[in-house]
Design a protein around this ligand. Sequence first.
Ligand code: ATP
Ligand code: MG
Ligand code: MG
Length: 365
Amino acid sequence: SPTLGILGGGQLAQMLALAALPLGVKVRVLEPDPQAPARLCAEHLQAPYTDPVGLDALAECDAVTLEFENVPVGALDALRGRVPVRPGAELLARSKHRAREKHALREAGAQTAPFVEIAAPSDLEGALERVGGRGILKTSELGYDGKGQVRVASQEELGRGWAELGQVPCILEGFVAFEREVSLAVARTPDGRVAFGPLVENVHRNGILRTSVYPAHSPDGTEARAREMARAVAEGWGLEGLLTLEFFQLPGGELLVNEVAPRVHNSGHLTQDGGGVSQFEAQVRAVLGLPLTDWSPLLPCAMVNDVGVEGATPDWAAVDTLPGTRVHLYHKAHRPGRKLGHVNLVAPDEPTLRERLRQLELLIP
Ligand code: ATP
Ligand code: MG
Ligand code: MG
């Protein structure tokens, strides 16, 4: 039976491992945190990502994948030539750096928001005008869940915002007045087979994903266009494994790629309970070169994130008794703003889903 190595042992690794086990696949995670979620369901190599002993143990696996994009370059270098890492180092280098990522997206033929790179004080001059007068300043690296971002609408705010972010390399992105946000995952096997996940509609709150809903309506071939872009990125970037594209859809229907995650994505968690193959199983299959076709829920479904809120917890008893819910917890200590778990919801039809989602949202602060 194959063994899959995973760099990182957070909740995504936990859920990858839970999807891998029934396929006859064993899982090893390399993760420095002794309390990391995936330690409970996978062999835990508790060591820094650059630890030679941990990396040797990963190198014995049939393939290595990852659950976060900020894997230290040293770890990837140490594994090079010893075990396939999927996605590979070159793709990771692109997707973890916002400016490089946007350039590479445009090269693959995808559209993005206008942006300017900010690396020196002189870059601030005229930057706001060039992106349309209003924007979001984002650190080029390491941001997630809206961290490392400041909204700016004047030259003064831009200067102050950059100082707040520590004057590290940033991009200033034009503010996009989108109609809605959608996402789509694409997987590609090492021998070049491509498969797609469902188009999902997402709502964020304070920069953190709050809900995802399937199906996302697809006027004017939205889903087909999203797939076309996903295929272009997967093939253009030589994807091995799975990646997820986040899109802004403009009022006219046009799709801009916001960013790419080189892995399963929070917006795809609903595929765990809608029937059919989940995004986690899809990543495992793609990385190991197993049979894989398009995956999509069989029923309307939704997901609500449980994000830590000071002094408040979800009404779990009520969540459990609401029809169609399934709770997924990450075994993480409560902290405000931290993703602690999610609840998937499934319903026989869309009106029922909407009504249950309305009720579910009231139970999760
Ligand atoms: P993630 O957790 O998805 O990795 P992140 O920290 O990388 O988040 P982004 O995806 O860049 O952050 O932004 C988070 C959210 O903020 C977006 O999903 C969107 O709702 C809003 N947002 C980001 N950039 C823009 C923009 N240029 N215009 C309008 N809204 C934006
Ligand atoms: Mg991101
Ligand atoms: Mg995002």
